[in-house]
Design a protein around this ligand. Structure first.
Ligand SMILES: *[C@@H]1O[C@H](CO)[C@@H](O)[C@H](O)[C@H]1NC(C)=O
Ligand SMILES: *[C@@H]1O[C@H](CO)[C@@H](O)[C@H](O)[C@H]1NC(C)=O
Ligand SMILES: *[C@@H]1O[C@H](CO)[C@@H](O)[C@H](O)[C@H]1NC(C)=O
Ligand SMILES: *[C@@H]1O[C@H](CO)[C@@H](O)[C@H](O)[C@H]1NC(C)=O
Ligand SMILES: *[C@@H]1O[C@H](CO)[C@@H](O)[C@H](O)[C@H]1NC(C)=O
Ligand SMILES: *[C@@H]1O[C@H](CO)[C@@H](O)[C@H](O)[C@H]1NC(C)=O
Ligand SMILES: *[C@@H]1O[C@H](CO)[C@@H](O)[C@H](O)[C@H]1NC(C)=O
Ligand SMILES: *[C@@H]1O[C@H](CO)[C@@H](O)[C@H](O)[C@H]1NC(C)=O
Ligand SMILES: *[C@@H]1O[C@H](CO)[C@@H](O)[C@H](O)[C@H]1NC(C)=O
Ligand SMILES: *[C@@H]1O[C@H](CO)[C@@H](O)[C@H](O)[C@H]1NC(C)=O
Ligand SMILES: *[C@@H]1O[C@H](CO)[C@@H](O)[C@H](O)[C@H]1NC(C)=O
Length: 805
């Protein structure tokens, strides 16, 4: 880039020699008039624009007078790891961040996605000070740069090192000061300064104050037993409130927040909460107990210095009686015994294990030393090894959460709270992070996030009160993945107290800069693919599809090999139905072939966007798909405005034969066509029983007179789908998302969750051999009919990146 810059015969001014706004000794000293300069950007294009950003940062780094070669300076800056170089880079990055402000211009109301600007800003800095910002519609350049952390010892820009660095950490040898959990006092001390220098922290702080104020005036959370979800919502509400109240107290020293916290806790341990003392926090649904224990732990620890001795004793006693001692009972009954400990068994590698071990660990860490019963020590001796054996293995080797994309939130929130608390309280993660696959789980979350919400296969779970994607901030910092931090800080659920302490404010850049459009997750538990046309335009194309085994998902999956979602034009065209009713008989009892779970429509193969043979469920035990894939490998650049080249493509294929009975061979493939503006879905199948292709959509569907194509509309958006092959005998049929009349019956009293407004598009084929090819053409603005391509017919075995050119 720098070479081009010089080829353009420019001086140090990006506008070329003679720029009246450029002063050779001090850089830009006058704000740039915006309109007047636009044509220069067109002239110099991307190399110039990027050179400026680099050069300008460098100017701050070395404090030069911008008179040396930008080439040398630019390469120098990247490698200038001296303390002064790093400090200057951090300071400059902070200036850039605050000058741009919060990147998203808003949040999509339907899918809660951040909306990124389609204009881009160019910054003019002098020694880290922003002199001007130029906003333009130029699409090939931006001020947004590669994700980076800028190490610095400047306490107004970065967290200092934790003074507590035990040489031989032990879970029972804790830091001398309070708080112990997640937010030690050294962090509170610098937080106001960091807030002053970071637009994100500033905004989150304000939101937390606002939330706390809202909660303040509400009555304490009332006990409400909600069937199989127990009192989980109640407990998570209490936790959410306690976090906010305790945060605001520590930021203001106003004791009204302490009083309000105590009121909340007194109620949650009081005579009107729960049927009796032994079931107060509903230990038979231990998530509830664990989340309430965590709430009490945070209050006890964050307010330790202000609570009276008798208040502390009350909180601790209640926590031990209703929480921790129930937890010990659970561990003792982990592998058999009564109901209370199933989550601690060594095959429970999912959110339950993470949340339960986490809540108990926070509780034990909070009271260790004050508790004379030995309960806290006992919990820690059980919870940490249990979580390392189980919770930590809920992530497969490729980063995928083995339950579902939504359960990732619950599991990682529990995991991150526990890992973070152990690090702050005892100085080590005790292998909650080291040696785990959590370094990749942020990648999973990013790629499973589509434009029409998540690729939300399987159960989507209960309400997410106090559950967020903010573990991205912790994992991003810990594993040095700045893109995780950048991705999450723009999300609607970022503002909450944990973010204030997990966020590393030295991060800079844009998560999309350098981020590949596609990723293929190949672990056999959940082989799946994520393909898109952009990271920053919510009207772009997103396709995700899965194969994977049908066991090993903590009974949260569907029988869904081959299932896909398709987003385009800002909406979801092929989608998921989500959880069934958790209170339905035997919904979770078993995931074996004959399990009742697989009788419910939303869990059955017929409830997925895949092929059905003989109207039967997929083969739970034998399904062992294999996959293949390819991509032209584009990465998005720095701009929020990104158009893929026309040659850009990606494909994924799976051999799903083993997932089906009565099927000699079945391969499903999906690929992007025509610069990722069209999608081809192909099924090469030989079956001895009737075959049915199915897709669930919220669209209004009208089948065209030929019977082989259909027009789908959602609001004012249109997508055409067309069966390319077979060319005869095709009849697209539309119907409701309900079970077949001849499906095996549901248990007495059970009903399927209704799927209002969902249409099933199906194609029925007689037994035989087919290559069924369905083309999806979203009607993009400005795209003429003649701009759409009709791909050649290529057997899936012969698919390559170039096979459809
Ligand atoms: C960018 O383009 C949009 C639409 O074409 C226009 O409304 C807007 O004013 C332009 N912004 C700038 C900074 O040129
Ligand atoms: C946090 O937000 C509150 C409410 O807006 C504000 O009063 C306070 O000054 C903020 N704290 C800092 C350190 O900026
Ligand atoms: C916190 O407040 C913001 C508005 O400032 C709101 O959007 C958000 O839903 C609130 N969060 C919670 C958990 O109440
Ligand atoms: C709150 O009190 C602590 C301890 O006395 C003090 O360090 C801190 O500055 C005070 N904060 C505010 C906002 O007054
Ligand atoms: C406590 O309440 C539960 C639920 O109502 C009940 O099953 C249990 O027998 C009660 N236990 C005691 C000791 O009263
Ligand atoms: C429940 O526990 C509280 C606090 O320990 C105690 O005051 C109360 O008497 C207990 N209730 C019953 C019914 O045992
Ligand atoms: C998939 O991930 C699991 C961990 O969840 C690991 O045990 C297994 O070996 C991985 N399988 C493959 C094929 O990599
Ligand atoms: C229909 O829209 C809802 C709300 O956005 C979404 O949750 C659901 O997955 C969609 N269903 C389908 C079949 O696309
Ligand atoms: C498929 O065949 C297996 C035996 O290989 C059998 O256990 C299973 O019940 C069959 N699936 C269905 C849906 O009938
Ligand atoms: C279904 O569509 C009707 C009519 O458009 C609408 O009133 C209703 O809210 C929709 N229901 C759901 C669950 O989206
Ligand atoms: C890319 O494809 C579009 C139609 O989708 C066409 O309008 C455009 O000219 C093509 N660009 C190139 C460079 O071939």
């Amino acid at each position: 880039m720098a070479a081009n810059y010089h080829n353009a015969n420019a001086t140090n001014s990006p506008y070329g020699s003679g720029d009246p706004y450029y002063n050779e000794s001090s850089g830009y000293i006058t704000p740039m008039p915006m309109k007047k300069r636009t044509s220069n950007w067109v002239k110099f294009g991307i190399p110039v624009a990027l050179a400026i950003v680099v050069a300008v940062v460098v100017g701050a780094v070395v404090g030069s007078k911008h008179s040396s070669s930008k080439t040398a300076s630019a390469s120098g800056s990247a490698s200038d790891s001296s303390p002064s170089g790093q400090a200057a880079a951090a300071s400059s990055a902070a200036s850039v961040k605050n000058a741009i402000g919060i990147y998203p211009t808003g949040t999509d109301s339907q899918y809660l996605l951040p909306l990124y600007p389609s204009t881009v800003s160019f910054l003019y800095l002098n020694r880290g000070r922003v002199l001007n910002i130029l906003t333009t519609n130029q699409t090939n350049a931006a001020a947004f740069t590669s994700p980076t952390f800028h190490p610095t010892t400047d306490a107004s820009l970065a967290w200092p090192q934790d003074p507590f660095q035990p040489s031989n950490p032990s879970p029972t040898s804790l830091r001398p000061d309070r708080p112990r959990l997640i937010a030690p006092s050294y962090k509170w001390q610098v937080l106001p300064q960091l807030i002053a220098n970071d637009v994100y922290l500033k905004s989150w702080n304000e939101t937390i104050f606002g939330n706390a104020t809202e909660y303040y005036s509400l009555p304490p959370v009332q006990y409400f037993m909600d069937g199989s979800s127990g009192i989980l919502d109640n407990c998570r509400y209490v936790k959410e409130r306690v976090k906010a109240f305790a945060y605001v107290y520590r930021m203001t020293n106003d004791t009204k927040w302490v009083d309000r916290t105590v009121q909340e806790l007194d109620n949650a341990a009081g005579p009107n909460f729960g049927p009796n003392n032994s079931t107060k926090w509903n230990p038979s649904h231990f998530l509830d107990t664990a989340e309430m224990t965590a709430a009490f732990a945070i209050a006890y620890d964050w307010l330790y210095d202000i609570l009276s001795p008798s208040q502390k004793t009350t909180i601790m006693t209640n926590m031990i009686t209703y929480g921790l001692s129930q937890g010990i009972h659970g561990y003792e009954n982990a592998n058999g015994g009564d109901w209370s400990g199933w989550w601690a068994a060594d095959n429970i590698q999912g959110n339950w294990n993470c949340v339960c071990n986490s809540g108990l660990t926070l509780g034990a860490l909070a009271i260790l030393g004050d508790d004379t019963t030995g309960t806290a020590e006992q919990i820690l001796s059980l919870s940490i090894p249990n979580a390392v054996r189980n919770c930590v293995n809920a992530v497969s080797t490729d980063g995928t959460w083995t339950e579902t994309a939504n359960y990732w939130y619950f599991g990682t929130t529990g995991h991150a709270e526990m890992a973070s608390s152990l690090m702050t309280a005892a100085g080590s993660d005790f292998n909650m992070l080291v040696g785990s696959n959590f370094d990749l789980t942020g990648l999973y979350h990013m790629y499973v996030s589509g434009f029409g919400s998540l690729f939300n296969y399987g159960d989507h779970g209960p309400n997410k009160y106090s559950t967020t994607a903010n573990p991205m901030l912790l994992y991003g910092d810990y594993f040095q993945h700045p893109e995780y931090v950048l991705f999450q800080r723009d999300q609607h659920d970022a503002p909450e107290p944990w973010s204030m302490f997990w966020y590393n404010p030295t991060v800079s850049g844009a998560f999309w800069d350098g981020m590949p459009l596609d990723h293929f997750f190949d672990n056999s538990t959940d082989q799946w693919a994520s393909m898109r046309s952009t990271w920053t335009d919510e009207t772009g194309m997103y396709v995700a599809i899965k194969a994977g085994e049908l066991l090993g998902h903590q009974t949260h999956n569907d029988l869904d090999c081959g299932d896909f979602v398709l987003d385009a034009l800002g909406t979801r065209w092929a989608g998921e139905l989500g959880s069934g009713d958790y209170n339905s008989p035997d919904y979770f009892t078993s995931d074996s072939q004959d399990a009742v779970r697989w009788l419910y429509y939303r869990k059955r193969t017929e409830g997925q966007n895949t092929i059905l043979v003989n109207q039967q469920n997929q083969n739970v035990v034998q399904a062992q798909p294999t996959v293949n894939h390819g991509t032209t490998g584009e990465v998005q650049g720095s701009s929020t405005v990104y158009n893929v080249p026309n040659s850009s493509t990606a494909f994924w294929t799976a051999d799903l034969t083993t997932a089906y009975n009565d099927t000699t061979s079945f391969k499903r493939g999906i690929r992007m066509l025509n610069g990722r503006k069209q999608v081809l879905l192909q099924d090469d199948i030989t079956a001895s029983q009737p075959i049915m292709w199915r897709m669930h959509t919220n669209a209004t569907v009208s089948v065209d007179s030929s019977g082989s194509s259909a027009t789908l509309t959602i609001d004012d958006k249109t997508l055409n789908m067309q069966v390319l092959n077979p060319t005869t005998g095709i009849n697209l049929v539309i119907g409701d998302a309900v079970r077949f009349a001849n499906d095996p019956p549901l248990p007495a009293g059970a009903v399927d969750s209704p799927n209002p407004n969902v249409t099933v598009i199906s194609i029925s084929l007689d037994p035989g051999t087919y290559s069924l090819q369905v083309l999806f053409n979203p009607q993009w603005p400005g795209m003429a009919t003649s701009d759409f391509v009709t791909p050649p017919s290529v057997a899936i075995d012969s698919w390559t990146v170039t096979s459809h050119n």
